[in-house]
Write a protein that binds this ligand. Structure first.
Ligand code: A2P
Length: 338
């Protein structure tokens, strides 16, 4: 008989938590019983799962005894406080926040890239990478394996859903306000996001980069297991609801042509190449990445400004592969080992 598991989703009412629940259903994860947890604000609400209604419980009053897998996406402070309690009760925590990602004894896993890191989980916690790092590495790991990447220059175009449900609401509200000549009234973002671009995600650090940018540096090195890779990131919030895009420029140790990179990526798990060099023959967040699983790669071309340079445009649903889907894929890999 197939083994089944008790699963808890922490932050189940949020943008990522809700998608975790729908992906668990879509992929028929072997759920024996399910706990959906959020703050006391949503306790008592009903969520539909697999044709049943499940009541949202207050995380603060929940007893984690018996939980096999806990998928956390309620922010770093909640993870820091509650993940150790779930682990002490016997659960494996798959954490979508940045709370534990850089801890040496916590594996940081992209399911297609470094699943072997799941062989050792000393603290009972597995970290899910940052959404921008996630999609970039699904596309770059095959190239790194083939020819070695020495340097990555990346500019991100990140949708508002990465900042949660309140950020989705803010983009909608501001867009409507501006079209009816009302004040955009920024709350969730520091300045107006509708019809604008904001080169600021997460906090500023002493070196002038934002924390979101440095996540691309730190997490790339940890996941690829290569401290020598140089990464030069700029992270920008754009008025798109779902789907992050990235202009990625890499320098490789050995030359790879655009045609070779294209055929390598066509064979790579999790990647869909959309690269027709015609109008619409490239991926965009709306036409390809909203609500789908793949990491889409287009605009593959050789860099005319440097030796061994390759450019590409990488688009993916930040809530799915960038967060919820990868967390469920990690749970699947762990469930198969049990
Ligand atoms: P709630 O809906 O009850 O506030 P998002 O990233 O879309 O903003 O979602 C954040 C998720 O984290 C939501 O499910 C939210 O629940 C949950 N959350 C926020 N604060 C807490 C808390 N103190 N305890 C438990 N869950 C929380």
């Amino acid at each position: 008989m197939m083994k089944t598991f008790t699963v808890a989703v922490v932050g189940a009412t949020g943008a990522v938590g809700q998608t975790m629940l729908s992906i668990l259903q879509e992929r028929r994860f072997p759920v024996a019983s399910l706990h959906v947890l959020a703050s006391e604000r949503s306790a008592g609400e009903q969520i539909e799962y697999d044709g049943r209604k499940i009541t949202v419980q207050d995380l603060a009053g929940f007893d984690p005894t018996g939980v096999d897998f806990a998928l956390f996406s309620a922010g770093g402070l909640i993870s820091k406080e509650y993940a150790p309690k779930f682990v002490a009760a016997g659960a494996i925590v798959i954490d979508n926040s940045s709370a534990f990602r850089m801890d040496a004894d916590v594996p940081l896993v992209v399911s297609e890239v470094n699943p072997k890191a799941l062989d050792s989980i000393p603290r009972g916690i597995v970290a899910n990478p940052n959404c921008s790092t996630m999609q970039m590495l699904v596309a770059l790991a095959p190239i790194h394996r083939a020819v070695g990447i020495s340097r990555i220059n990346v500019a991100t175009y990140q949708s508002v859903s990465g900042a949660g449900r309140s950020a989705l609401e803010e983009l909608g509200r501001q867009t409507a306000n501006i079209l009816s000549f009302k004040d955009p009234d920024p709350k969730r973002f520091p300045v107006q996001i509708a019809f604008n671009l904001i080169p600021h995600i997460d906090d500023f650090l002493d070196n002038g980069y934002t924390k979101e940018e440095m996540k691309l540096v730190w997490e790339t090195r940890k996941i690829l297991g290569d401290e020598s890779i140089q990464v030069n990131p700029t992270a920008v919030r754009v008025p798109v609801f779902y789907g992050h895009s990235e202009a990625v420029h890499v320098e490789t140790r050995k030359k790879i042509t655009a045609a070779e990179a294209r055929s390598l990526l066509e064979k790579s798990p999790g990647v869909t190449v959309v690269d027709d060099r015609t109008a619409g023959g490239y991926p965009t967040p709306v036409t390809h990445a909203s609500g789908t699983d793949a990491v889409y790669v287009g605009r593959i071309r050789e860099d005319i400004s440097c030796e061994n340079g390759l450019n590409m445009w990488v688009v993916s649903d930040n809530i799915r592969k960038g967060a919820a889907l990868n967390a469920v894929q990690i749970a699947e890999l762990l469930a198969n080992k049990r």
